[in-house]
Design a protein around this ligand. Sequence first.
Ligand code: GTP
Ligand code: MG
Length: 585
Amino acid sequence: MRFHVSLSAAMASSIAVCRLRMRGSLSRCFKKVDSCFQRKFGTSTDATKTDAPNKKYKIEPKDGSKSFYTVQEEKIEQAERSVLISCPAKTNEKKFLQYLSRHGDINKCFFYESYGTYAVVEFANKESLKSLHEGTAIPSINHEATVPFKSRLLSLRNTGPLDLSNGQSAPQCQPQTTIPINDLIQRMSKEDSIDQQISSLTETYQLTEENVCLRFLVCSLLKDIAAAYFPECTIRPFGSSVNGFGKLGCDLDMFLDLDGISGRNLKKPKAGLSLEYQTKRSASERAATQSILSVIGECVDQFGPGCVGVQKILQARCPLVRFAHQPSGFQCDLTANNRVAMKSSELLYLYGGLDQRVRYLVFSVRCWARAHSITSSIPGAWITNFSLTVMVLFFLQRRTIPILPTLDHLKELAGPIDKSVIEGNDCTFVSDFTKIQLQDNTETLEQLLQEFFEFYGTFAFNRMSINIRKGREQNKPEVSPLHIQNPFEPALNVSKNVNGTQLERFVALCRESAWMLQQREFNLPHSGNGASTGNNAPWGLAALLMPSVSQAAGVKSRKKRKREPASERIKGLLDSLKNREEKKS
Ligand code: GTP
Ligand code: MG
């Protein structure tokens, strides 16, 4: 999450997300993705080819799109049956699994690298963990004392004669972090259409099934710590880890959910005797959240294996504990009492699951914005990924034939189980995908990308606010340069942090990108680029990710902004086009 805390504080705990590499195992039986996203999108390059007439982008209900909470509950339950084990580099998979299966059947297991080799092992039954814990020792260290906390983060040691490696070298690992942007540009330049480029970008960057499992497991490991105080609590991932728009390496936003304990959902008897707990009173909900996070943060710091650089950022608008979880490589933000953010994640998940083009477009726009430093991993006056995603959703609602319904319409479709009021705000909307009827829009991704840039290149930001609840722009209620109404807290602007300079950079880049996509030389692989010719010079979306685009738009860097006159920029682009022509001939 982005919070308005000091830059140095935010940076201090930040560790580079380490190279996370995973490899499959256990007959790769579990490899088939069970999340609805992966099932729906798979590697469906074909589905995005521009030349397919009457192309269907919509996700058919027969795919059985699971609701956000169904997926959450399934993955939380799987994580509770799982352990994370640090292994010697040359561990023989078969022997490893044989050794562990003495505790019970194993559903799935995968390995990855992050400062060493780790295995995620999911048992078929939770009882296996009891047996595993009984057979696991607290390490005896000669010179240091240890906190005897029995977590599910373990180390595999081999002190006996058994050769764990069985003569094998380290197994082949599949890199699971994002590839460098230049490699992505090269990969995309080999594609034959912009639609394929967009699809290639999304498939390269999106979270893998294993990465999502690991995210839920880290939440579950954290829950074991918080459970010392709140045994019935749940720690849930939210934000891009679960909303369908997560990129490999994104942070892990977590929410300490105490609803199960506080009885928020418990109905009290209307009459008669009843018991209630005596509790300590707090001055406000915020104060209660701060003290809970303070205590849990202290525990994570003192007893949480693998948790380093713990910072308690309790004065932020949304108090949080920030730390790095070394075994997974995740930068973690733990919040509490943050149910609106969970709802936002659910809404984004729903929108992303309605039509394939939503995720493809969001991934492309996020990547384009990151490549030109429109967004940043550091909090500041720039547009956040969350705001950018809402802007894409709004744009898709504003098509002549809307691709996405308004939030008000999703509210109309809601059933009794969808009713949700959080802190006085009505957050109700339908959760069942099958109740949503979409209109027949067949625009291609290429068209949509082009029009996205035109839409925001000419949007009346000075007067208008972006509102996905109504699906239309509205008069700005305040003077912030960029106004995006918070979908669930209408009085709030999700982009309040964005200053005029950053908005100008965004608009200039949109215009430049729209202009470039209109030039046939840039958007046709067949004129000298693309797979068919063997010439992989950046073109189409790949060319839009190049630094030259921000240079041409006069948005070279945040610090040093020197605008060239428009005629100069256009001259530069025309020169580069001419050069290409000359090279070709
Ligand atoms: P990345 O971490 O950048 O990949 O994206 P993210 O969607 O996870 O964003 P971030 O970590 O900044 O925030 C996590 C979640 O918190 C978002 O997905 C939103 O659900 C919520 N969130 C973030 N910023 C705001 C905001 O300004 N207003 C509201 N209501 N929710 C926000
Ligand atoms: Mg995040």
